[in-house]
Ligand binder design. Sequence first.
Ligand code: IDP
Ligand code: MG
Length: 149
Amino acid sequence: METTLLLVKPDGVQRGLVGTIISKIEQRGLNIVGMKMLSVSNELAEAHYAIHEDKPFYNGLISYITSSPVVAIAWQGNKAVSVLRQVLGSTNPTEANPGTIRGDYAIDIGRNLTHGSDSAENGKIEVNLWFTPEELIEWTRNDSKWIFE
Ligand code: IDP
Ligand code: MG
C-alpha cells in the first residue's frame, strides 16, 4: 500500500477543476486519507520544490504555486504513486495522452494543473511535508474488495 501527494495547483482551483480532478482519481479507486485547501507559503513552496532549485523555471514555479490557493490531497492504495501520475498524464500537457487530466484540460508546462509524487519514498516525504499526523485518517473504503483482488 502506497501513499502519494496530489496538489491541485492554483490554475486547477481557479479554473473550477477541483471536482473533476478528484473524481477521476477517486473513481480509479484510490482512497483519500487527507484533504485541505491552503495558501502556500514561500517556505512550503521552497521545501516542496527544493529539488528544482537550480532549474531555470524555479522562480516561476515558486510564484505560480504561491499565487492563489491550492488543494492538497493525500491518497492511498496499491500502486498509488504510478496510478496517480498515470491519471495526471505527462508533465508537458502537449505530450499528455487524451483521457488524462493534463491531456484533457491543459496546454502549457508551466500551467499543468496538478502535482503528483514521483516515487513511493517521495510520496511519504511529501505527504508528511503537507499534512500533520492529525490531518491524516486511515480508513477502508467499502468497495475496496471490488477494486483490489
Ligand atoms: P512533475 O510535476 O510531472 O513531477 P517535474 O519535472 O517534477 O514534473 O517539474 C515540477 C513542475 O515544474 C512541473 O509540474 C511544472 O509545473 C514545472 N515545470 C517543469 N518543467 C518546466 C519548464 O520547462 N517550464 C516551466 N515549468 C516547468
Ligand atoms: Mg516532480
